[in-house]
Design a protein around this ligand. Structure first.
Ligand code: FDA
Length: 398
């Protein structure tokens, strides 16, 4: 049986539900299709179950894209304050954490329920779980073949996300549709992801697993530089924590990361100046500034004796120690991949899309939104803000 709609949205995640709700509430007959059995699994697990649903500081500067200007229009037309207005209207308790990040007080489920309810207000029809076999042009419309029948729609919005966390239903559907319509893709790769190191090289750091501290981290060249002050976490396989997740989006294979483990101190200068006054041994001095397990482990890894007296050490050795802490340079051998990545960098090339409507310039009626598009936010609520904003941009124009 064939059913006819004005709008078919494929992917009922963050961007898809937002788009369908807006389109439905504008009077468009809308259907939302998803292959998953559970709705919006990524929202559910986000922010440790509390969904970091936006960031009050979100702006184009917080996104990576081959065309950094593309996201400006949608982000300026649907702001963090707009989404917060919706959250308040639904009386969902929230709080601000670190650096403008807004989280639910109780549960990410509340955001899912809110978006579902917004879809209900718009009279959106659901096909879920529903497998999409084919999307094809049919004159001025599109024909979508699914395992629950054929859908014909004037507009199709692809909101099936990126490749991160395949275990909860991520697929390459958006990229396949893009290729089918001859659209350019920016090569996808895992981002906001822990970084790994050569097994042998990492052995001496394994004892540091579990240690966390605030660091400065940077990578890249003048053209594309990432620089953050965030928490670092040592793991058994490499480095993680917000500092590394953030920098992973900027890191290019084969290049180095530079970390400053004591960003507020010039360690070499302090040690050299204190040679006559510091009575403690090296291990105890460092333990004043760093977690004690890290202080001891760091000295061992860098071939210093924790029992050495600072007063007895040569300036050259103190400079070497200072350099190791203030400019630790290390080259990852890869990342934990899509299994652990919070997002996918790259996607449908924004040069193929209208920044007002998210519509494909060469294929009227076809749109891509959310993570499927080559717009990737930093860690901290920016990716959901892009999902909401691009969803609204498409929903307002279908
Ligand atoms: P999303 O992935 O949400 O939705 C895609 C939908 O398409 C899914 O429902 C999927 O089932 C469906 N689909 C896929 N393939 C299909 C197919 N072939 N046929 C039909 N349907 C298909 N961001 C943030 O801002 N704050 C946060 O706190 C977090 N936290 C977080 C934690 C973890 C563990 C992860 C993995 C990610 C985050 N993120 C985040 C990122 C955020 O979840 C992500 O950027 C958005 O969900 C992207 O929204 P989309 O709607 O584009 O894709």
């Amino acid at each position: 049986m064939t059913k006819k709609y004005d709008v078919a949205v494929i992917g009922a995640g963050a961007a898809g539900m937002m788009c369908a709700a807006v389109a439905g509430q504008r009077g468009r007959k809308t259907v939302l299709i998803d292959h998953a059995t559970r709705l919006a699994e990524k929202i559910r697990i986000s922010g440790g179950g509390r969904c970091n649903f936006t960031n009050v500081q979100a702006g184009p500067q917080n996104y990576l894209s081959q065309n950094p200007h593309f996201c400006k229009s949608a982000l300026s037309r649907y702001t963090p304050q707009d989404f917060l207005g919706l959250v308040k209207r639904y009386r969902i308790g929230y709080h601000e954490k670190h650096k403008g990040q807004l989280f639910c007080d109780d549960s990410a489920e509340q955001i899912i329920a809110m978006l579902k309810s917004e879809c209900e207000v718009g009279g959106v029809a659901w096909r879920m779980p529903c497998k999409v076999m084919e999307v094809a042009s049919a004159g001025d419309a599109f024909r979508i073949e699914t395992d629950s029948g054929t859908i014909v729609a004037d507009s199709v919005v692809i909101a099936s996300g990126g490749l991160s966390i395949p275990k909860i239903g991520a697929t390459d559907f958006a990229y396949r549709i893009a290729r089918q319509f001859d659209l350019k893709l920016i090569e996808p790769r895992p981002a906001l992801v822990p970084l790994t190191f050569d097994h042998a090289q990492w052995q001496s750091f394994v004892a540091l697993a579990g240690i966390a501290l605030e660091v400065d981290i940077e990578t890249g060249d003048k053209k594309s530089r990432g620089q953050f002050r965030e928490d670092l976490l040592f793991t058994h396989r490499g480095l993680s924590g917000p500092a590394v997740l953030q920098i992973s989006s900027f890191w290019q294979p084969g290049t180095a990361l530079t970390l400053n483990l004591l960003p507020e101190m010039d360690v070499a200068a302090i040690l050299m100046e204190g040679k006559t006054t510091i009575k403690k041994n090296l291990g105890n001095v460092l333990a004043q500034w760093l977690p004690s397990r890290l202080a001891e482990g760091w000295l061992t890894v860098n071939d210093f004796d924790p029992d050495s007296r600072v007063a007895d050490m040569a300036d050259k050795a103190l400079r070497k120690l200072g350099e190791s802490l203030n400019r630790w340079t290390i080259i990852p051998n890869g990342s934990e991949g899509y299994r652990k990545a919070e997002v996918t960098l790259g996607g449908v090339d924004t040069r193929e899309l209208s920044q007002q409507s998210m519509m494909v310039n060469r294929v009227p009626g076809l749109r891509f939104i959310g993570e499927a598009v080559d717009v990737t936010g930093w860690l901290g609520g920016y990716n959901f803000q892009w999902a909401w904003a691009s969803g609204v941009a498409a929903g307002m124009s279908v």
